[in-house]
Design a protein around this ligand. Structure first.
Ligand code: ZN
Length: 247
């Protein structure tokens, strides 16, 4: 299939979750990680995560790559900030629009992919393509907020692919990378009031995020449960055995 954005016939292997975010999930260099899908009986073992050969050409993929590089560096920096759970941490400066475009790009890829994990966001698929890939101005119906979740030593232990959800009665797409949960609003309704206004990043040059303990989030509880399930435990046991043989 040609590139969904520009029609270029030659497409590339577009990673749905950027490789750099996959590589951050705490492992040793070169180790694999586990991908668990609700629909699959067994987890898949993967090096770089899932990619799709039928959605983007090289130049269009590199537009998303620009947003993803910005987000990767920013989150790395923000993980150094320490605050008690519930604390609000200011971010100055931040390119808030770039973070919206970043989140829009991730959600858009999952809205169009033929790979497992596809989501249905109706007409917002096109809106997100405009924001992430066509450089259009960001409508008020699209905004992003992020929540830092802290587990163990505060490093990155998992990612979670996008899923449609509701926050403060508004439709959002929710996903986790770099130990931050992203709430990408796709709704005409106003931003909810659960998070302080400065946490919604559209149009901001100064922003903020909230810190939450992993066990209070759905993502943190799910990670704990899945990582102790029998297929996962077998994988980790095998990984440790392989490591012991190498050393
Ligand atoms: Zn293209």
């Amino acid at each position: 299939m040609p590139c969904l954005i520009c029609g270029e016939p030659k497409t590339i292997e577009a990673h749905l979750i950027p490789k750099a975010f996959v590589a951050e999930v705490k492992t040793e260099r070169g180790e694999q990680h586990l991908i668990l899908h609700k629909a699959d009986k067994w987890p898949r073992v993967s090096n770089t995560g899932v990619y799709d050969r039928s959605i983007l050409c090289g130049p269009c993929d590199s537009i998303l790559g620009g947003h993803e590089d910005y987000a990767l560096e920013l989150l790395r920096e923000l993980r150094k900030a320490k605050a008690p759970p519930g604390g609000i941490i200011g971010v100055d400066p931040i390119n808030g629009d770039r973070m919206v475009r970043f989140a829009a790009g991730i959600a858009w890829k999952y809205a169009v992919t033929t790979q497992p994990g596809r989501i249905d966001i109706g007409p917002y698929g096109d809106v997100l393509a405009d924001v992430a890939l066509r450089g259009m101005s960001i409508p008020a119906s699209v905004d992003v907020a992020m929540l830092r979740i802290v587990e163990l030593d505060g490093d990155v232990y998992f990612y979670r692919t996008p899923m449609p959800d509701r926050k403060d009665d508004a439709n959002v797409v929710r996903f986790t990378v770099g130990s931050f949960v992203f709430f990408l609003k796709i709704d005409q309704r106003r931003n909810g009031s659960t998070l302080p206004a400065e946490c919604w990043l559209r149009g901001r040059t100064k922003g903020a995020f909230v810190i939450g303990p992993a066990e209070l989030t759905e993502e943190g509880r799910m990670h704990r449960q899945l990582s102790s399930s029998p297929p996962s435990r077998r994988f980790f046991t095998e990984m440790r055995a392989r490591k012991a043989r190498r050393s």
